[in-house]
Write a protein of this length. Structure first.
Length: 406
């Protein structure tokens, strides 16, 4: 990293990074690229995954450093990386001014511990609810036969919370996470609403001519009413609820874009494909696998569907709305920040295939409603989720923290 102290030097610390693709990883990459392009010296510190990936790699001027034990993406990896992160941050203290921790579960403990010695500030960004409060530990405690509300359960939640809350600032990707931070006693001036955002020039509506061309490119009938699911083929994304709901949706085509979660207990890709075959849905459901150009695929769609069981933000739904595509979604988490039922989409209860089916049928069968919702879609997210605006605010925060400890 450069030694010019007029240039803020940032370590973007994230448990996993490219080529792993997910919400955490893509957000960390977008932020790192923005900071590098706007005058910051940036290093990404992340976990080793395979021996095929180099320990040090250049990403258009951003240095990626991989440390710790090898292993595929898993929750345990965020904790296994802790000793190496603490050692690296201590050893490299003279080369950075501030740590920006994207998904601070586990590794945030190392950032706080190292910071006691290095005096370098840290910004924490949770990518899911319940991290600071400890509520996301409930299922783990129950698996261990520990009552989350018992004295032991409350202590287990309190210990990481007492460590995490020492961060200098919290960047909250949703209003729900913002409220959680304030409820945990974090001072208002340390809590910043900085949602994950998107490139509004890339995600944009298509005119009729472009949509026809893209439908031909993707092999989609020009006259079809196209519904689109984009996301990991994972249980919590509600894909099996969508499969069940689709049995009662006539005269529409469902495109499913996203990778299987191979080796993960929540992987439902094989189950979803088997469901389609067993129920004779092959003519109305297409599995596309991983999609490289989501923006173009969205411009093929008439409706986006996000039936998540829980969602800290729901970036795929924001991408759809920015593309002028109304959304049918579960009324959960961060989706409630920007989806207005009857305004830019339709909301329904999570884990309820019947309610999901009714919402999909309503928007598929009523072209007038669909067009009205589509007309309001982009404007509903344009101001708050523009990557250029949010990243600039994030940059201001990092400069302030770096300057405070200079």
């Amino acid at each position: 990293m450069t030694s010019d102290r007029s240039i803020p030097r940032v370590v973007v610390l994230t448990p996993y990074f490219r080529p792993i693709v997910g919400g955490v990883e893509s957000n960390a990459e977008r932020l790192a690229r923005y900071l590098q392009q706007h005058g910051f010296a940036v290093r990404v510190l992340t976990k080793r995954v395979t021996k095929e990936l180099p320990d040090v790699e250049d990403m258009d001027g951003v240095q990626i450093e991989r440390i710790g034990p090898y292993g595929d993406r898993a929750a345990a990896g965020k904790w296994l990386l802790l000793p190496q992160v603490a050692e690296w941050l201590g050893r490299e203290r003279s080369t950075y001014d501030v740590v920006c921790c994207i998904d601070y579960r586990g590794i945030g403990v190392a950032a706080i511990g190292a910071g006691l010695l290095t005096r370098r500030p840290a910004v924490f960004q949770a990518q899911t609810t319940g991290v600071l409060s400890g509520d996301n530990m409930t299922s783990m405690l129950e698996r261990w036969k520990i009552d989350p509300n018992s004295s032991i359960g409350r202590l287990a939640k309190a210990v990481p919370r007492s460590i995490y809350r020492r961060a200098d600032a919290f960047a909250c990707i949703s209003r729900e996470i913002e409220r959680e931070a304030l409820a945990c006693g974090i001072a208002r001036e340390r809590v910043h609403y900085l949602p994950n955002a998107i490139d509004m020039t890339r995600f944009r509506p298509a005119d009729d001519e472009e949509q026809l061309r893209l439908r031909h490119q993707f092999g989609v009938p020009a006259e079809a009413t196209v519904c689109l699911f984009v996301g990991r083929l994972s249980r919590e994304k509600g894909l099996m609820d969508l499969m069940e709901a689709w049995r009662s949706v006539p005269d529409a085509l469902l495109l499913v874009g996203g990778p299987d979660m191979d080796g993960h207990p929540w992987n439902v890709g094989p189950a979803a494909r088997e469901f389609v075959d067993r129920h004779g849905l092959a003519t109305s459901v297409r599995f596309l696998g991983s999609v490289g150009d989501v923006a173009s695929l969205l411009r093929v769609a008439d409706v986006a569907i996000q039936p998540s069981h829980f969602e800290a933000l729901g970036l795929s739904a924001i991408e759809a709305l920015a593309s002028g595509v109304p959304v049918v979604a579960s009324a959960v988490g961060g989706l409630l920040d920007f989806i207005v039922d009857g305004g830019n989409g339709l909301l329904c209860p999570p884990r309820d295939p019947s309610a999901l089916a009714r919402a999909i049928r309503t928007i598929v069968e009523d072209e007038g409603l669909r067009r009205r919702l589509a007309a309001c879609a982009r404007a509903s997210v344009l101001a708050e989720y523009d990557e250029a605006v949010v990243s600039e605010r994030f940059g201001v925060l990092l400069r302030q923290l770096a300057g405070a400890r200079a």
